[in-house]
Design a protein around this ligand. Structure first.
Ligand code: SF4
Length: 512
């Protein structure tokens, strides 16, 4: 009988993508997703480390899935790289894999060895050994024995072993990650829109960020590999692809430090140009860019292809010139404003979304007002606001005397949320009575309105905002034309104009 797995993902779009890779590894080993009520044979937790809150959620998720040590848990990702030793000590954790090893290869090896040793049993039932390694300096080499956990007799699981115990059973090679990204996925389970990771790593040094310590090596997916992967995703039914990376603007470069880039034309523009021409792909979206990434060639590609949506995610982090300097961001306030102007010139009423850190050490009222000012100017239709969270071994974590009071941070967060609602409402109002292409999300059962007897659907427009509309004859994943009838501070409501947006070419959509 096939074993069952549980896979939990925390964090960003890159983690979502990497979880799909893990899912493909687990399923190619014969495991199947556990359903509610099933007892999983293995749980994999793909962790995040960007904030203290993320670290708390990592631990909470691991504890929940380990079920008191009865389910063996493999912990991977940024949290594993940042706090390997701490997570390894949690009950039920049998392997900790950070980004210094090829996570997929190690996971496959772990499961394959288990299956080889017990061909007729499911994963987790064996009492033979397998080993995984985690070689970060802050997390000593770690060996795992897949023998019944003596703490839970009758509930076999993989019991962790330390090399210190002298009970090492089988060594395993530390399969290093490739210098280029070559691994591909074929579909994006559970999502209508698919993420496509084309870049990994960052060696910039924003003073609040732990990522360069966890993913220091810059790697890019060759254009032909990315295009082949995009074709597979389209063949699997995905109409939208979101191109992601840790530092997407550094695609095709060996450093994220822009002053070392030279004058070569944007490799990202060339990638987008190729992806935009993938047959059957209807929407291409970028995950995140900064002023130095948005050059003329990139804007030209975005404007030239109908597939490229008029939406950019441009993380501001702060609108204050001096806070940006202390953050060591690679742009000034003026360069950010200039980028907004250039984007508006090139694209039709673009949607601009952003990230802002609230309460960075030393952020004064005046600094915060500067963030509000740019947010209003850019009319960000979505602001991901994060209260500053000190991360161990980052420069900003040491500036304790400048930490902003938590009450002040909460008040500023509320103010930013109010402004976001105002900006979003005024942005969406511009599209009243116009038709937008929407990729239908959600399921019948979730969206059914018992009283009305009709299905209320929702989905994202090209410009990223969500639209709710009634329709019976559309399915999740369909691309449909929806006329915008009403906008409220929190919702956009519309009428579905047909079952297929292809019968409404874009020029008609924008003037309906
Ligand atoms: S650019 Fe800055 S914020 Fe982004 S991953 Fe690199 S160091 Fe972190």
């Amino acid at each position: 009988m096939a074993g069952k797995y549980l896979l939990a993902t925390l964090g960003c779009k890159v983690n979502q993508y990497e979880s799909q890779q893990l899912r493909e590894v687990l399923e190619s080993c014969g495991l199947r997703p556990a359903c509610p009520g099933d007892v999983p044979n293995i749980a994999v937790v793909n962790t995040c480390a960007v904030t203290a809150e993320a670290s708390r959620k990592n631990r909470q998720t691991i504890r929940r899935l380990a079920r008191g040590g009865r389910t063996p848990v493999v912990v991977v990702g940024c949290g594993a790289a940042a706090n390997g030793a701490q997570l390894r000590a949690l009950e039920g954790v049998t392997a900790v894999l950070g980004h210094d090893v090829n996570i997929c290869a190690n996971l496959r090896r772990l499961i394959t060895r288990q299956l080889e040793s017990q061909p007729t049993s499911s994963v987790g039932d064996a009492n033979h050994a397998a080993v995984a390694t985690h070689d970060r300096p802050d997390a000593c080499r770690y060996e795992i024995s897949m023998r019944p956990d003596t703490r839970n007799r009758g509930h076999p699981s993989w019991a962790p072993r330390s090399t210190d115990s002298g009970d090492i059973i089988t060594p395993v090679s530390n399969v290093k990650a490739d210098s280029v990204l070559t691994a591909r996925i074929e579909r994006f389970a559970g999502h209508q829109r698919a993420f496509l990771k084309v870049q990994d790593g960052c060696d910039a040094s924003c003073t609040y960020c732990i990522v360069p310590r966890l993913r220091p090596q810059l790697r890019s997916k060759p254009i032909e590999v990315a295009v082949a992967e995009a074709r597979d995703l389209v063949r699997s039914g995905h109409k939208e692809i979101i191109v992601t990376g840790i530092f997407l603007g550094a695609y095709g470069r060996n450093t994220a430090i822009r002053k070392r880039w030279g004058s070569q034309q944007s490799p990202l523009a060339a990638l987008l140009d190729a992806l935009a021409q993938v047959e059957g792909l209807r929407r291409l979206r970028l995950s995140s860019l900064e002023p130095g990434d948005v050059d003329g060639s990139l804007l030209d590609v975005l404007a030239r292809h109908e597939t490229c949506v008029p939406h950019l995610h441009l993380p501001l982090q702060s609108g204050s010139a001096q806070v940006l300097r202390r953050m060591n961001r690679q742009y000034t306030r003026d360069q950010f404003v200039d980028m907004i102007d250039r984007v508006r010139m090139a694209l039709d009423r673009p949607a601009i979304t952003t990230d802002i850190i609230v309460g960075f050490p030393g952020e004064s009222e005046e600094d915060f007002r500067a963030s509000l000012e740019i947010a209003r100017y850019a009319e960000f239709c979505k602001i991901h606001a994060f209260p500053f969270s000190p991360r161990e071994k980052t420069a900003a974590a040491c500036w304790q005397k400048d930490f902003v009071d938590a009450t002040v941070i909460r008040r500023r967060m509320r103010r930013l949320a109010e402004l976001e609602r105002e900006c979003s409402l005024s942005f969406r109002r511009r599209f009243l009575t116009e038709a937008e292409r929407v990729i239908v999300e959600g399921s019948d059962q979730l969206d059914r309105q018992a009283s009305a007897g009709q299905h209320v659907r929702h989905g994202r427009a090209d410009r990223y905002f969500e639209i709710h509309f009634e329709a019976d004859d559309v399915r999740a994943g369909d691309l449909v034309p929806v006329r915008i009838d009403r906008v409220t501070p929190t919702r956009t409501l519309g009428t579905c104009l047909g079952a297929n947006a292809d019968s409404y070419p874009l020029d008609v959509l924008s003037t309906t």
